[in-house]
Design a protein around this ligand. Structure first.
Ligand code: CTP
Length: 402
């Protein structure tokens, strides 16, 4: 998406994490980027140029000129071609050279010529990472405006445990994607509800649903990548890592979700109600575990939960946008439009459970968007990240309409 058509130089150094560059290159290519790999001589001991050139569709550059043809590989041209340069894995040695202007190979020379943003993903043993020279060199690189993609903690190639593992390719891609996403929501505040709600029966049981929270978190990440400040009010989900600019408020029940949303809503420009809120909660929440009686089957009396979207719809002031979701199994369009009006929403995103790959738990979704201004747009089956971008685009268009 935001990486589509971008020119990326992937600089690979001689570290064990170089093997991860195959996945990294694939992810970049899948996201639509053009990738030119430059390898240090030592990198070729860890991953072959053939692997990298096959994946990227471009010959790998490693030397200043091609020996048999005498063709000059211009680091200056490469530096001008690149929209971003990513050095991953960056070893202590290359970090030292970059920090101090040592230009003794193609990678470092191109780094010195690059006019674009440079991202550096270090990878080394924990003691090398902690060494005062590495610490000082990384500080120097930061002072040049380079972005350091901090290494993760974990088991290292030396079997020591600590900080030094190159960040996973998926997370490196997120950093680049974030950088290239246009910041058209700067200064805006968003509220997103996400995940299921759990309605407590007793200390070990609850009424819940299969919502994974993926769609809500993808929306929050997309809005934040575009410059918004976002608060997610989230039911229990297992999702790690959100974009900078996203704050998470964890809740369990629908009533707790409503309480938080009512606090946050007055200050936001847009609220997206993506949570799968349980419609009912037990009237009594037992303090102790309900025991299995011999012949009796317990009856759990339920009461209606508040409708959070409808409550915010009533409180909505001019200039605020309220977006809801509708998960339907039949009569989809009519039910969705009815919900849009009933809850005083400005937009509703319809998922049909009839569509394979849409709705709960999956990584994909297929949506139709209806607006209160009478517009209807249908989208193909896409990843939830791509769907989030479509929904945020629709919100931006609607904000310009009203
Ligand atoms: N919603 C909410 N609070 C509730 C129920 C739903 O905020 N108690 C929001 C959802 O987050 C979603 C929209 O309302 O944005 C529609 O949710 P959905 O479950 O499809 O609709 P319901 O109103 O529960 O109607 P039904 O279950 O009968 O389809």
């Amino acid at each position: 998406m935001s990486l589509k058509g971008k020119h990326i130089i992937l600089g690979i150094c001689g570290g064990i994490a170089a093997y991860k560059c195959a996945s990294l290159a694939r992810l970049l290519i899948k996201a639509g980027a053009e990738v030119q790999v430059i390898m240090t001589p030592a990198a070729k001991e860890f991953i072959t140029p053939l692997t990298m050139s096959t994946l990227t569709g471009k010959p790998v550059i490693s030397e200043f000129f091609t020996a048999n043809t005498g063709q000059w590989n211009s680091h200056v041209d490469l530096g001008l071609w690149a929209d971003a340069m990513l050095i991953a894995p960056a070893t202590a040695s290359t970090i030292g050279k970059m920090a101090n202007g040592v230009a003794d190979n193609m990678l470092v020379t191109t780094y010195l010529s690059a006019k674009s943003q440079v991202f550096i993903a270090p990878s080394m043993d924990l003691d090398m990472m902690r060494h005062p020279s590495t610490v000082r060199n990384i500080e120097l690189l930061k002072s040049y405006g380079n972005i350091i993609i901090e290494p993760a903690e974990g088991e290292l190639a030396s079997h020591l445990i600590g900080k030094g593992r190159m960040e996973e390719p998926e997370n490196i891609l997120k950093v680049l994607d974030y950088y290239f996403t246009p910041k058209d929501l700067q200064g805006q505040h968003f509220l997103v509800t996400a995940g299921p709600t759990f309605e407590k029966i007793d200390p070990v049981r609850f009424i819940g649903n299969y919502s994974s929270g993926k769609m809500g978190y993808a929306l929050a990440n997309e809005a934040a990548a575009r410059g918004a400040e976002v608060t997610i009010v989230s039911g229990p989900v297992d999702i790690k890592g959100v974009n900078p600019g996203v704050k998470i408020v964890k809740i369990e029940s629908a009533r707790q979700m409503l309480e938080q949303c009512e606090k946050i809503f007055p200050a936001v420009d847009c609220a997206i109600m993506c949570a799968a809120v349980a419609d009912y909660a037990p009237v009594v929440q037992h303090e102790t575990k309900i025991k299995r009686e011999k012949d009796e089957i317990p009856v759990i009396h339920l009461m209606k939960n508040p409708d959070i979207a409808a409550t915010l719809g009533k409180a909505k002031r001019a200039g605020q946008l309220l977006v809801g979701f509708a998960l339907e199994t039949d009569n989809e369009d009519v039910n969705a439009v009815d919900k849009l009006h009933r809850k005083n929403l400005d937009m509703i995103v319809l998922n049909s459970l009839k569509d394979a790959g849409a709705g709960f738990g999956t990584d994909t979704n297929k949506v139709t968007i209806f607006t209160s201004t009478g517009r209807q747009s249908q989208f193909a089956l896409k990843s939830k990240t791509e769907v989030a971008a479509d929904i945020v685009d629709a919100i931006v268009s609607l904000a310009h309409e009203s």
